[in-house]
Design a protein around this ligand. Sequence first.
Ligand code: GCO
Length: 510
Amino acid sequence: MFPSRPAARPARDTSRSAHDAFRDGPELDRRTVLLGGVAAGAVLLGGCTRSGQAAVSSPSPSVAWAPPAEPMTFPTGYTWGAATSAFQVEGSTTADGRGQSVWDTFCARSGRVKGGATGDPGADGYRRWQEDIALMSELGIGAYRFSVAWPRIQPTGSGPVNQLGVDWYRRFVDGLLEAGIRPAVTLFHWDLPQALQDAGGWAVRDTAERFADYASIVFDALADADADWFTINEPKTHAYVGHWYGSHAPGLRDPQVAVAAVHHQLLAHGLAVQRFREQGTSGRIGIALNLMPVYAQPGAEEPATRVDAAENRLFLDAVLTGQYPADAIGPLPGQVPADRDRFDALVLDGDLATISEPADLLAVQYYGVTGVAKDGSQVSIHPTSAASWQQLWPEGLYDLLVRLRDEYPAIPLMITENGIPDETPELTIDDPYRTAYLREHFQQAARAIADGVPLEAHYVWSLLDNFEWGEGYQQRWGIVAVDFDTQERTPKDSFGFYREVIAANAVAPS
Ligand code: GCO
C-alpha cells in the first residue's frame, strides 16, 4: 500500500491504516488489492535500532501458539473495559449547540460513506447514556473508554466554551463514577471542528495549539475524575486514511499533507500532556496508537523495515524516544511517499522534546498484522475478517507487546482497542467468531504479562454497534447489538463470554 512513486496509488489495501482506502473511485476495487500471500518463511520485523538499522527479531510469524490447559489468570486490579468514540455512537449531531465536524462534512458528500450514512442516529448514545451505563454495569467492566467531541465543547474549534456540551460530559462522567466505572477519556477521535479544517486543519501548526486550549478546557471540567486520558486516537489512521488515501474525513489525497498531519497531531499530544501537568489534573495521560506487526516475505526485509517505520516507528520513536526514524518518509518502496526535507522543515526546535514529554501510559490498539512483499506493498498472510484490512493473527499481539517491552523505554501499556466486526451487516447476536477472537487475544495478553510485559488493561472495541466510518452502519463491531431503527440494545453472545472473563479475571483455554 505504500507506493514507490508519489503519484501512484496504493497497490494493495490490507493494512489497518489503509482501511476503507479508495472505495469511492471506480478503479479502487478491493478484489485487486487483496492478494494472498504466504506466512511461511516470513520474518517479523522487530523494528530498527535507534540508528535506523533493521533488526529481525523473530524467525517466523507462522508458528501458532497453544494455550495451556488451565485458565490463564490476570493480575489483581487488571482493568477490563470497552470502548467507543463520540462521532460513532452519540448521534444528536445538532443538539445543545454542537458545531460541525469534518466527519459531518464528509458524510454529506455524495458517495463517501456507504449508504449515505451520517453520524445520526449513531447509537443514540447522547440520549441513552444512562441505559448504556447500566449495560456496562451488567457487563462488569471497570473502565469505559469514550471520546469527547471537540465541536460540542468549542463549536468552531477555538474561542468560547459551549457550556451545554461541557455539562453533558460532566453528567456522563458523574454517571460512570456513580456506577464505579473509571472514565477513560479520549480527547480527539477524528471529529475536528470544520472551522479549523477550513483554516488548514492538521496541515497547519496552529491546530496543535488550538487542541491544547481545548484539552485545557476538558481537563478543567473533569479535573477531579481521576480518569485515564488519551490525547489523540490513532494519529496514523487520521493522517493517512484522511489526508492521503482520502477515504476518511477530511478526504484529502496528499501524502505531504498526511505527514504534516502526523507531526501536528503528535505535537498536539505533547502540548496537551504539558497542559495536563500544569493544571494538576488527576489521573494518567498518554496517546493511543494503532500498531501493527509487520512480517517480511522472503527477500522483502528492506521494504518491510520501511513499512514498519511508516506504520509503527514514526509514532513510537517520536513519542517514546523523541526522534523521528530516518526511514519512514521518502521515495523508496514501503515509505510514505512524501518529501522528507519538507517534513523536516515543519519540525521546529523543541518539537520533539514536546512530543516526547513523559507520559504515564501508552495505549495500544491492536487489530491484526500485515505481510510485506518485495515491492513494498502490503499483502495478506493470514485470513481477514469482514473488514478486509484486518488480518487475523492473535500471536501478533504478543509479538507487538514483547517488542514494546524490549525496544522502548518502560511505560505502562494498555490495549485500548481490540475487536472484530460481525460477519454480516445484519443485526445478529450469534457471534462465535467474536468470542473466539476475544478469547485468543486475551490469551495472548495473559501470555505477554506472564513474560513480563507491563500490560494493565484490555478494552474491547466496541461496546455497541455504531457508525463504522466509511462503512456507515453496515459493519457492526459491538458486543451489544443495536437496532438502528429502534435503537434497541441486545447483548450478543460475546457479551456473555466477556462478562464471564471479567468475573473470573481469567480466560479459559476454550
Ligand atoms: C479505529 C477507531 C475505531 C474503529 C475501530 C474499528 O481504530 O479506526 O479507533 O473508531 O471503529 O477501529 O475499525
